[in-house]
Design a protein around this ligand. Structure first.
Ligand SMILES: C[S@@+](CC[C@H](N)C(=O)[O-])C[C@H]1O[C@@H](n2cnc3c(N)ncnc32)[C@H](O)[C@@H]1O
Length: 276
């Protein structure tokens, strides 16, 4: 954590660079490598699971806070659902600038830490966070969930979409191997959790889980990419990967790792509310 208060990011008409654009492909965090390849949906369960989650979060007329919006794909979906307000907080300055460009006058974007947003108590009806808790330590996960609960009004909803592991009693050795291989492939110390542990995290923040769904972890599968990125987006990704050997090597390493653990991993989304 920086300890600094989150700073507001003005909307800019020029397209800001991708986060970590100056980092070599071989060592940049996996999600930003995929963004460089052209991917825009960077969450494990894909766009359909996000849309289902947003439906259960009930966005129309709500004051919405999004933690870690990344490239602003969900931001656009939230704004299309006519919330009363949209505020986003991402710690990456380039991500924050890109989201500011997506939301324009329809929202406010701050660069800052999800665990210390500086936003007032009981000021949100919905808090959203996707593909961001999985990359935190247990302590940071709990701090972010507590921050979400603090910002919610009674009855308000916290909606998350993260990386899950199955089964709930996954073998310790298999889990350790998965985590190590994943860290090697994505250069992020990801700590995915079982469905039971994700539920406990939200309950530990004083929330009541009201909806859970899962989808295959198919971030680099052909059918998922055609669906999530569209034909044009898919063609852009294919072109970038085919014409850049270094990018191809890194994407293929991630793909092999995801394939090796495809039956151990899943995308999981939960919506939990703060009791009245
Ligand atoms: C994998 S991307 C996901 C982006 C987006 N939510 C999506 O699903 O497409 C992770 C994002 O989380 C942000 N992030 C990670 N940890 C954060 C934290 N503690 N506070 C704020 N932002 C964070 C990163 O900067 C990045 O934009």
């Amino acid at each position: 954590m920086t300890g600094l208060p989150p700073t507001a990011v003005p909307a800019d008409s020029s397209e800001p660079p991708l986060p970590y654009a100056d980092r070599p492909v071989a060592t940049a965090p996996g999600h930003w490598v995929l963004a460089r390849a052209g991917k825009r949906v960077l969450r494990p369960g894909g766009a359909a699971l996000s849309t289902a989650m947003l439906g259960h979060a009930r966005l129309a007329g709500a004051d919405v806070v999004e933690l870690a919006p990344g490239l602003g794909r969900t931001a656009a979906e939230v704004i299309a659902a006519a919330p009363a307000s949209y505020t986003a907080v991402d710690r990456d300055p380039d991500a924050a600038r890109r989201v500011a460009a997506v939301v324009g006058d329809d929202g406010t974007v701050r660069q800052g830490e999800a665990a210390s947003t500086g936003l007032p108590d009981a000021s949100a009806d919905v808090v959203i966070g996707e593909a961001m808790l999985s990359m935190q330590s247990d302590k940071a996960k709990a701090a972010i969930a507590a921050e979400a609960a603090r910002m919610l009004r009674p009855g308000g909803r916290y909606a998350i979409h993260e990386l899950g592991v199955v089964p709930d009693d996954i073998d310790d050795a298999r889990y350790t191997e998965l985590r190590k291989d994943l860290a090697r492939a994505i250069h992020v110390n990801a700590r995915p959790m079982t469905a039971a542990a994700w539920r406990q995290l939200l309950e530990g923040a004083g929330l009541v889980v009201e909806w859970v769904d899962t989808a295959p972890m198919a971030l680099l599968k052909l059918s998922r990419n055609l669906h999530d990125e569209g034909l044009g987006g898919f063609a852009r990704i294919a072109r970038n990967v085919l014409t850049d050997a270094e990018l191809r090597r890194r994407v293929m390493l991630m793909r092999r790792t995801f394939k090796r653990y495809e039956h151990d991993m899943m995308g999981i989304a939960l919506v939990a509310h703060k009791p009245e």
